[in-house]
Write a protein that binds this ligand. Structure first.
Ligand code: SF4
Length: 311
């Protein structure tokens, strides 16, 4: 029995010899696509929480968020080591001293073995990358760049506020620093067809990065996407369509890339549609079943063989 894609848990276990879980941190930062630097509207699918937990606004420090996360993830998964995942908004978008204080605080918590920093490709510069490179000498450091699509027209229509070249430039500036690079991609963006998403997969495959997160575009309350959806100007993907698109994507990217996520995790109270997106385990099971049905795996269309990863 072989793995058909290179999953995150196996990767972490190979590095640390135990279950490792990411703990989501809300560091109270902002985003240039919301504070007026690039735009005040944000991406059309983003609500005021910026994909965040809102933990900081509930008064929890970074240390408290990590301690609570550790307890919960030990109970649920018996996880013994943890990555501090700075997720909400853009987590390199602050003065360098502020960032250093935040990252230092996270790394001072017992059993935290590294950082995952979610950000936009237009929010990194040499000082930030130098700082992360320093941490990477001692800790596991991932930076997660939101690309979403490799089609510039789509990035304009979702009000992303940067183009594909911006992503390429950020990746080039980050390579060869011991910092691992992950890209976020969304499937089902407005007006994208299957060949657009395959093109994004090919762009990711050629980019030299180390990992990937695939998300389903779902509609949450209070977004411009909700307005489009209610006006009948946006149609959500059906579950089977999404499963097919994920398999298309996996077949086109190299087997060494770590797959950090294969679907989104909507908050049930915020979700407008599609309702099937709440059933993550069923979607993952269907993706696996489709790969088996296609007799396919990550990297197949690049000529890679099944069998290099034991299940
Ligand atoms: S870059 Fe992220 S936080 Fe900023 S508007 Fe877009 S989705 Fe929201």
């Amino acid at each position: 029995m072989y793995k058909r894609y290179n999953d995150l848990n196996t990767y972490f276990r190979s590095l640390f010899g135990c279950r490792v879980q990411k703990i989501t941190i809300d560091a109270g930062l902002s985003c240039p696509n919301r504070d007026g630097t690039v735009s005040t509207d944000g991406c059309i699918y983003c609500n005021a929480r910026g994909s965040g937990t809102g933990a900081l606004s509930r008064g929890l420090s970074i240390t408290e968020q990590l301690v609570q996360g550790k307890q919960a993830l030990f109970r649920r998964y018996k996880a013994r080591k943890f990555m501090a995942y700075f997720q909400s908004f853009s987590n390199t978008y602050a003065p360098i001293d502020t960032l250093k204080r935040l990252y230092d605080e996270a790394l001072s918590v017992e059993d935290v073995v590294g950082l995952s920093i979610g950000t936009r490709p237009d929010c990194v510069d040499e000082p930030v990358l130098d700082l992360l490179q320093d941490y990477a000498q001692k800790y596991l450091v991932w930076i997660e760049y939101g690309l979403q699509s490799a089609r510039d027209a789509t990035l304009v229509s979702i009000n992303r506020g940067h183009d594909v070249q911006c992503f390429r430039d950020a990746v080039q500036a980050t390579l060869n620093r011991k910092i691992k690079i992950c890209a976020h991609v969304i499937l089902g963006l407005p007006d994208e067809c299957r060949s657009d998403m395959r093109h994004t997969a090919q762009t990711i495959a050629a980019s030299g990065i180390d990992g990937l997160k695939l998300h389903l575009l779902y509609v949450i309350k209070g977004t411009r996407l909700e307005t489009l959806y209610r006006q009948g100007r946006y149609r959500c993907l059906e579950q089977q369509e999404y499963v097919d698109l994920v398999c298309d994507f996996l077949e086109r990217i190299p087997g060494h890339m770590i797959i950090q996520r294969l679907t989104g995790d909507p908050h049930p109270a915020e979700l407008v549609a599609p309702q099937w997106s709440l059933n993550k385990s069923e979607t993952l099971a269907q993706i696996h079943a489709m790969l088996v049905k296609r007799d396919s795996w990550q990297g197949k269309l690049l000529g890679e063989k099944l069998g290099c990863r034991e299940a």
